[in-house]
Design a protein around this ligand. Structure first.
Ligand code: FAD
Length: 280
């Protein structure tokens, strides 16, 4: 494994032509800085299954390595096998393997695999070692986990099933990440756990999303953001400062790289990235 600290980027499939044009503009600006790869999210319940595949092709055309996210909730083994075969034919070498979430209000998932660890096993069974498999990690615990210990065990189960590396849910408290990595390593597991970095640009949206995914926004950040009200420029400037500082702290303390949740916007991710000094 190289010691190079790599930057990867996450995009989501655009909903219409205008969103696609914006994505291409953002991607071109960000690809100029040569990320290690870009990943493309996958909507649970099949909502953007084709969107993911199309966006992955688009990213490949723009000249970068693309890693589709693949979630197993609600899917059958044969559907998953078809998707894996198509990706393999397209030359895709990396997959982000997830359980996914059902849209709220839906009962049982109706699928054949219920946890990401089962998807990882299935990918290994079906495709051998063709894919580098990334899985999700939760330094502040997955919101549905019954305990931090159980969540750690389940994370390690994904590694045992064949995951090569992990990307974390975003967080604003680097200690949660260090503690998680220490606990993983204490169990004898040494795969790269790359911090997922969420830029701060919109307080209401961030608060709603953080609530859902169990990422804590520290009191001082909440209060500062609340003070700015609708002053978008100040929120952006404050967010760039806070996230750049945390990102550099993570890199200086051994994070193997960073994975930016770009939200298909180049500006803030670029501003943060340009402030970082990376090893390698
Ligand atoms: P799992 O690892 O299966 O864990 C889910 C929950 O089940 C946890 O609470 C875990 O502790 C528990 N668990 C695991 N195994 C067992 C077991 N054997 N018995 C009992 N409990 C168990 N969602 C999307 O829909 N599309 C995306 O593209 C997407 N991309 C993501 C990218 C990253 C980097 C991250 C961090 C998340 C992403 N998500 C995405 C969200 C993710 O799908 C949700 O967080 C989902 O709720 C859990 O997925 P997982 O793969 O972590 O599940």
């Amino acid at each position: 494994m190289s010691n190079k600290q790599a930057i990867s980027l996450e995009f989501f499939p655009p909903r219409d032509i205008a969103a696609q044009e914006k994505l291409v503009r953002s991607a071109k600006q960000l690809l100029a800085l040569r990320p290690a790869y870009v990943s493309v999210t996958f909507g649970a319940g099949g909502s953007t299954r084709a969107g993911t595949a199309d966006t992955v092709k688009l990213m490949q055309k723009l000249g970068c390595d693309a890693a589709p996210h693949l979630s197993c909730i609600g899917a059958s083994r044969s559907e998953l096998a078809d998707i894996l075969d198509v990706y393999r034919e397209q030359g895709i070498k990396r997959i982000v393997a997830l359980r996914g979430d059902l849209p709220s209000g839906m009962g049982g998932d109706g699928g054949e695999l219920h946890y990401a660890s089962e998807l990882v096993s299935f990918i290994r069974e079906h495709s051998g070692d063709w894919f580098h498999i990334e899985v999700a990690a939760y330094p502040e615990m997955h919101p549905q986990a019954i305990s931090a210990q159980a969540d750690l065990d389940h994370f390690l189960g994904k590694v045992q099933a064949g995951a090569n590396s992990a990307i974390t849910q975003y967080f604003f408290n680097a200690d949660a990440y260090y503690d998680f990595v220490d606990r993983v390593q204490a169990r004898g597991v040494d795969i790269p756990v790359v911090p997922g970095i969420m830029p701060i640009t919109n307080y209401t949206q961030l608060a709603r999303f953080s609530n859902m995914c169990g990422a804590e926004i520290p009191r001082w950040i909440r209060l500062r953001l609340a003070d700015y009200g609708d002053d978008k420029a100040s929120i952006k400037a404050f967010g760039i400062d806070v996230i750049s500082r945390m990102s550099q702290d993570l890199l200086d303390n051994g994070a193997p790289g960073l994975h930016f949740y770009t939200l298909n916007n180049a500006e803030v991710t670029l501003a943060i990235w340009k402030r970082l000094s990376l090893e390698g």
